[in-house]
Design a protein around this ligand. Structure first.
Ligand SMILES: C[S@@+](CC[C@H](N)C(=O)[O-])C[C@H]1O[C@@H](n2cnc3c(N)ncnc32)[C@H](O)[C@@H]1O
Length: 250
């Protein structure tokens, strides 16, 4: 992973699990909420400084590890994947994907600041980067995404908690073919209309949209529980991938 360290004067409130920090800008301390991606992406290196060096969030590493291991279990390889990353941000996770050996990588984000930060901080990382303003994907973007032929949808720290809703995840999933991978993480305590984000793929599995291949809970360094999940998108009326593999092996 490249070192994106830059010199920033930054201070955190007392307490174990901060949700804002203050950054020195133009001679004054400016409060920046951790949810305010627009502001955070506006300062080069601030995202990495807050989430990786100070708060030590490990979602990018956890999800990369899960994807790598699940692929091995299914005799699949990163080189086979064409990844569409929902809520790609400034490319922290995309960088991990390239390190894993992913050859085709597209970002999709609701924020043009995120896209601009990705191009500024990691030029050339994404083959394509789509900005769906207000979370809405236009018909033209739909065609462009499908022309990219993604066979893996990745969403890291980008659903729940004022980011993409479960319905967005499902809408984007509908752009991928049956058999595609879905790899998602979400805070365990977040919910959307009574549905827990940590079980978002389980909800989709209950409706036969996906088949869960891996599901685990982990604790971030600040003690907050997260779920990380991998699944295959199912085709209607088609036997689950696991069953087909067992049948082939036997
Ligand atoms: C906490 S950042 C995570 C960025 C990156 N995935 C990472 O782990 O470093 C959340 C990202 O989700 C994006 N986002 C929020 N709502 C979204 C939506 N409805 N559709 C797509 N992206 C969204 C934000 O703009 C932001 O870039």
């Amino acid at each position: 992973m490249q070192d994106h360290k830059v010199q920033i004067d930054i201070r955190f409130p007392d307490g174990h699990a901060p949700d804002f920090c203050e950054v020195m800008r133009d001679g004054a301390w400016e409060r920046i909420d951790f949810n305010d991606c627009e502001k955070i992406f506006g300062v080069p290196g601030l995202y990495e400084e807050i989430f990786h060096r100070r708060v030590d969030w490990q979602s990018h590493a956890r999800v990369s590890w899960l994807l790598d291991n699940t692929l091995k279990q299914f005799n699949d390889r990163p080189q086979n994947l064409r990844v569409l990353e929902l809520g790609a941000g400034n490319g922290v996770v995309g960088e991990r994907m390239r390190e894993l050996g992913i050859r085709a990588l597209a970002g999709l984000d609701a924020s043009s600041s995120a896209r601009d930060a990705a191009h500024r901080d990691r030029p050339g990382l994404y083959d394509e980067y789509f900005v769906a303003e207000d979370g809405g994907i236009s018909p033209r973007q739909t065609s462009a995404i499908q022309a990219f032929e993604p066979n893996c949808l990745l969403a890291v720290a980008s659903i729940g908690c004022r980011h993409a809703r479960a319905a967005t995840l499902e809408a984007v999933t509908s752009l991928l073919p049956a058999g595609a991978w879905l790899v998602v993480n979400a805070g365990y305590e977040w919910s959307d209309g009574g549905m827990n984000y940590a079980t978002v793929l389980k909800e989709m599995a209950a409706r036969n949209l996906v088949e869960i291949n891996s599901y685990s809970i982990y604790s971030q360094e600040d003690g907050r529980p997260y779920a990380v999940m991998a699944a295959h998108k199912r085709a209607p009326q088609v036997r689950p991938v696991t069953e087909r593999l067992v049948a082939q092996a036997g």
